[in-house]
Design a protein around this ligand. Structure first.
Ligand SMILES: Cc1ncc(COP(=O)(O)O)c(C=O)c1O
Length: 427
């Protein structure tokens, strides 16, 4: 049987290749750039994953928020399958227009609150890419060009302020301003032009601003960096500093946007509107990589004219179809409200468990984005135990168990999560 037929068979049941063989293939033929837990997933549906023995696991990682709508959401699958069967979806040369792109751009531009209010409210514009890190780079380009063109900073001298424990992806520019040595050691020369300030330290930001500063790039709640919400008043303070010093305030909501924290956008917890936002992951419902950078029209037009940016697959029809369907699901199924409601119940249960556990140091987060920091700093010990008893979770920053299931879960799944956490955290 050819490999493709093996996989086709899997579509109607489970592939019968044994786990060890699949792990062996990865080990022999794949880069070892992820440390994996020992689970070979054979099927994924809604909030659940299955192994070859039909054992179920509740997916409390949801591909780092990419599967917010649940795996293989029927409406998103249907939209994708319909478009492919209708000979509509394949990549089209970017020298011509497609209706899918037009409709997707309009949808995203209207979904995001008006960015960059101080630029006059000229309506949002959207630049589409594939993986999240690509749109982070778009945002960096935007801030640098703003510094050069609008502020008169000498090209090459622009500086952007970023934060401790930041995570914005793993390409050269984003690792260049990562504070994590493992991400960047030996990969130099790195991209200059970034200053790292303590997350939450407004005085530090003030001190870091120079005449060459053009922007501030921040996650309104840190995901990979240990599940830390911005301290109260921090985002507002950044907004004030950005206004005072004419800096672009850019929020990376790739992981925390689109309902994850119980609001459509994480910045809505503080009612602070940035000048640009980066979205990814859940924007296409876990089927096709899509990311976007959204900003005010005046800024977008200033920085990006033909030839100044581009991506062969960025905004191709299939991605746009998936994107529109994925956003429909978030709205029609009230996933933002469900995330808030289920998150509140779940956090209450986790706090109760924490009060009886000798292992928990702190519980943080909102909506269905909850971090449980453990006292001895090794969250993976607990994640492995959770996997054994039917729940997939992993660590954030080593010290915290990240609980971020698909936003479709109900009270039954909330009870399931609490039951499993009770088993591993309470002696
Ligand atoms: C906040 C944030 N920014 C950027 C990225 C990078 O996204 P991608 O892995 O799709 O390139 C991630 C991925 O986890 C993220 O959490």
């Amino acid at each position: 049987m050819t490999d493709i037929n093996t996989l086709k068979k899997a579509a109607f049941g489970f592939s019968q290749l044994p786990d060890d063989q699949i792990i062996g293939f990865e080990s022999s033929f794949g880069a070892h750039h992820y440390g994996r837990l020992k689970l070979v997933v054979r099927k994924a549906e809604g909030a659940w994953l299955w192994d070859i023995n039909d054992k179920k696991y509740l997916d409390c990682l949801a591909a780092y928020s990419a599967a917010n709508q649940g795996h293989h959401h029927p409406a998103i699958v249907k939209a994708v399958v319909d478009s492919l069967q209708g000979n509509y979806g394949s990549v089209i040369s970017n020298v011509v227009y497609t209706d899918a792109l037009g409709l997707f751009l309009k949808r995203v531009a209207n979904l995001v609150p008006q960015m960059g209010l101080r630029f006059g409210g000229n309506a949002n514009k959207v630049l589409p890419k594939n993986g999240g890190v690509e749109s982070v780079e778009t945002a960096v380009k935007m801030a640098r060009y703003y510094g050069f063109k609008a502020k008169g900073i000498e090209d090459g001298k622009q500086q952007i302020i970023v934060f401790t424990r930041n995570f914005h992806g793993r390409m050269i520019t984003t690792i260049s301003f990562s504070p994590t040595p493992k991400y960047k050691e030996g990969f130099g020369p790195l991209t200059p032009g970034f200053k790292i300030v303590e997350f939450g330290d407004l005085e530090g930001v003030k001190k870091a601003i120079t005449p060459n500063t053009c922007g501030i790039l921040v996650e309104p709640m840190q995901g990979e960096g240990g599940m830390y919400p911005a301290p109260k008043g921090f985002l507002k303070g950044l907004r004030e500093l950005a206004d005072e010093h004419d800096l672009l305030l850019l929020f990376d909501e790739i992981q925390v946007g689109l309902g994850r924290t119980g609001k459509m956008f994480c910045f809505e917890h503080e009612n602070v509107v940035p000048d640009g936002i980066i979205l990814g992951k859940a924007i296409s419902g876990g089927l096709i990589p899509v990311s976007v950078f959204v900003t005010d029209s005046k800024l977008m037009d200033m920085a990006f004219q033909p030839g100044r940016d581009g991506s062969t697959y960025g905004g191709y029809p299939l991605a746009c179809v998936a994107g529109i369907a994925a956003l429909d699901v978030i709205e029609k199924e009230n996933l933002v409200e469900n995330s808030r409601k289920m998150g509140e119940i779940l956090k209450g249960k986790i706090l109760d468990i924490a009060s009886r556990s000798s292992h928990v140091k702190e519980v943080r987060g909102s909506g269905l984005f909850i971090g449980i920091e453990v006292k001895d700093g090794d969250a993976m010990v607990f994640c492995r135990k959770l996997l054994d008893i039917g729940m997939l979770a992993n660590d954030s920053y080593g010290h915290s168990i990240r609980i971020s299931p698909p936003l479709i879960i109900g009270e039954e799944e909330v009870d399931y999560i609490a039951d499993k956490l009770e088993k591993v955290l309470v002696d």
